[in-house]
Unconditional design. Structure first.
Ligand code: MOS
Length: 694
């Protein structure tokens, strides 16, 4: 149990976030959003805005500098007159104060030639197509055996369609950038990002610079949930504005503008067909997904990929179809793909359990597999069954009456549900340095990001353990692209990937300090460290390329108990337990927070979160936390996450899998299955709001 190293700085306000860095002569930007859903900009009238005292400049397609790389349409800010979705940035005002900039932004008059936007995802949309790949590089479709035929001949069948709505990432800290051009033509960005190195590389490309000329600082980040995994137009806006006015510029995306400009989870329509024999053994598994992207850029989410991983069954098919709508480009939101995909699969498994008359825990155990069903690869470790058993035991599942809608306490209908979780254990190549200082302390450097996960602390713990040093003798520097290059805090791959580089650097430093003797520990003033210090570096690319082929995934089981008010349809999650198998847990304290944080987001997905598209205006209607509901403390009662021991030698030197995302995977299905158990009503369209239960 190790507290966050930066915890005191955060709670005392000393930790600096991007917008808070003090710089001389700073100006503020405010953005103007398109108020048509599709069309062309006819003219931009900036006269009134420019007349306002304190306004320094207005940028739009009529005067913006040309960018060097416009291949990512979302980042090609003000480069064309085309409006691709409502809410797209079409102009920006730079002012002496934030208030001036915001007022002036309202005075900018943009005239459009508007067209009717097409914003509705539907399974008969003529524009649906099969993408070349789904993210990050999976085949769009897979097929084995005779799925249709086998399904038709199955003794027990479930053929159901689920929908999940668009959902918006809402980190506490909005996307924010402080951009500063330096005398030598280089650029410094204080940016709220999940990856300093990747922002540096991307923004360098956009402005025609070398990545070494773009320094990105992100010491502290107030959440991201995937929305800060890649730079947004807001970063380009800040940098462009700073260059235009020759002063540092700050731009924070207001909450209201985040809903159009910083990413969201695609809505999905998913047809699930499961066929089983009388004992519940799956013979046919078919998962067909429909989802959206924008006209700006393709984002094809990998929704059905967990179905390729989870259960046995000789006859199987997964498909993804995508349609380009006049909407903002969807992006990553916590466990993109796995989250909606496992909602559908794990809800369908519950329906199959009922159809087959088999306990839903037992049904999953019966369909466990020791090879990844579609690839045939052995799992590096797979402890789904252990999670299900341990969870059933702790939750008190034994003796559960499967009959729906029969437990009542006054007005409340009570039910319990279970669902499985999975998330890939990704690893990405990274670099790190470890340095022994003459005073007996150590400095470890890597451009990793701590977005609130506890990554900084976990990396310091890995370093201390590898160096056999005390934690308070280890200094860790992260969150700056001038440090050794690191991959993004995403795909639950951070601690495993960065940690391996840190481990290797520390291991190598220890080797040199011990003169190759290894083994023994060393202490302050042992005389082995030269006055200038001693440094070791590591690069894990070769190590990762040389790994054996295994299917590497974390697994879990989630149990929920709900009460549904029979009169109002209001659902409360009374109890929730997640049991996970994710390799070695580095820091139990922050790991538990990650897991229950994910589960909490799953409660939101099940019961509250929904971005509502106004098909007339072509825009999401909710644009703040009063309209976009996420769980508050009162919505989260008895919640706990635990893990089973799992030793996996095929992962990395720590033996750790990722834990940032698996907590949300399956959580919504566990709640939905509990709601069905409570009420007998199967809601297949998230979120499960009161009207759907009345
Ligand atoms: Mo996560 S949605 O991969 O940042």
């Amino acid at each position: 149990m190790t507290d966050r190293l930066e915890g005191r700085d955060k709670v005392t306000g000393r930790a600096r976030y991007a917008f808070e860095y003090p710089v001389e002569d700073v100006a503020y930007a405010s953005a103007v959003q398109a108020d048509v859903g599709r069309g062309e900009i006819r003219s931009v009238d900036t006269e009134a805005a420019l007349r306002l005292p304190g306004v320094i400049a207005v940028l739009s397609c009529e005067n913006a500098p040309r960018l060097a790389d416009t291949s990512d349409g979302e980042l090609a800010l003000f480069q064309s007159r085309t409006v691709s979705y409502r809410g797209q940035f079409v102009a920006a005002v730079v002012g002496e104060t934030l208030e001036t900039a915001r007022e002036a932004a309202r005075l900018v008059r943009v005239e459009y030639a508007a067209e009717e936007p097409d914003v509705t995802l539907r399974t008969d949309h003529p524009g649906l197509y099969k993408p070349e790949k789904v993210n990050p590089a999976f085949p769009a479709d897979t097929e084995q055996g005779e799925p249709e035929d086998a399904f038709g001949h199955s003794a027990v069948r479930v053929d159901v369609t689920y929908t999940t709505p668009a959902e918006h990432n809402n980190p506490m800290e909005p996307h924010a950038t402080l951009a500063q051009w330096n005398g030598d033509g280089s650029l410094t960005l204080y940016d709220s990002t999940q990856g300093a190195s990747s922002v540096s590389a991307t923004i360098a490309g956009v402005f025609g610079l070398d990545p070494s000329e773009v320094r990105v600082v992100a010491h502290h980040v107030g959440g991201g949930f995937g929305s800060k995994g890649t730079p947004r137009p807001s970063v380009v806006l800040a940098a462009m504005a700073a260059r235009a006015v020759g002063r540092p510029v700050k731009f924070a995306v207001p909450r209201q503008q985040m809903f159009a400009t910083t990413g969201y989870r695609t809505p999905t329509i998913q047809r699930m067909r499961l066929g089983a024999d009388h004992d519940g053994r799956l013979t046919a598994v078919l998962h067909d997904v429909f989802e959206q992207t924008s006209t700006v850029r393709e984002f094809a989410e990998q929704t059905a990929t967990p179905t390729r991983v989870m259960y046995r069954g000789a006859n199987r098919r997964t498909t993804h179809r995508v349609v380009r709508l006049d909407v903002p480009t969807p992006s990553w939101m916590r466990a993109p793909g796995e989250t909606p995909g496992m909602y559908a699969l794990e809800s369908a498994m519950d329906e199959l359990a009922i159809a087959a008359g088999i306990d839903p825990v037992e049904l999953r155990v019966r369909n466990d597999t020791d090879r990844e069903p579609e690839s045939g690869l052995p799992f590096s470790s797979r402890n789904l069954v252990a999670c299900l058993r341990e969870g059933a035991d702790r939750f008190g599942w034994e003796g559960r009456d499967p009959a729906p809608g029969v437990r009542r306490e006054g007005r409340k209908l009570i039910g319990t549900g279970v669902a499985a979780s999975t998330y890939p254990a990704y690893m990405r190549p990274n670099k790190a340095t470890a340095r022994a200082e003459p005073d007996g302390t150590f400095t470890v450097r890597i451009a990793a990001a701590d977005i609130g996960t506890g990554a900084r602390t976990a990396l310091a713990m890995i370093a201390a353990e590898t160096l056999k040093a005390d934690l308070d003798h280890v200094r860790i520097e992260i969150g700056d692209s001038s440090l050794p290059r690191a991959t993004v805090a995403g795909g639950s791959a951070g601690t495993a990937s960065w940690g391996t580089a840190v481990y290797r650097a520390c291991e190598s430093l220890r080797g040199s300090l011990n003169g190759g003797r290894g083994g023994s520990s060393f202490h302050t003033g042992n005389g082995e460290v030269p006055p200038e210090g001693l440094e070791a570096t590591a690069d894990t690319s070769a190590e990762l390329k040389a790994r054996d082929e295994y299917a590497r995934h974390a697994f879990g089981a989630q149990f929920a108990e709900v009460e549904v008010d029979a009169d109002t349809g209001e659902t409360r999650v009374r109890r929730m337990l997640g049991v996970f198998a994710a390799g070695r847990i580095i820091n139990p304290k922050t790991a538990r927070s990650q897991l229950i944080g994910g589960m909490t987001m799953g409660i939101g997905m099940a019961l509250m979160e929904e971005s509502v598209m106004d098909t007339g205006f072509g825009d999401y209607l909710n644009r703040d936390l009063a309209q976009y509901h996420v769980p508050a403390c009162a919505d989260v009662r008895d919640i706990d996450a635990v893990w089973v021991e799992e030793s996996d030698p095929h992962l990395n030197p720590m033996g750790a899998k990722g834990i940032g995302e698996i907590g949300i995977v399956g959580a919504a299905a566990a709640v939905g299955n509990a709601v069905h158990h409570a009420t007998g009503i199967r809601v297949r369209d998230l979120p499960i709001t009161p009207p759907k239960l009345l």
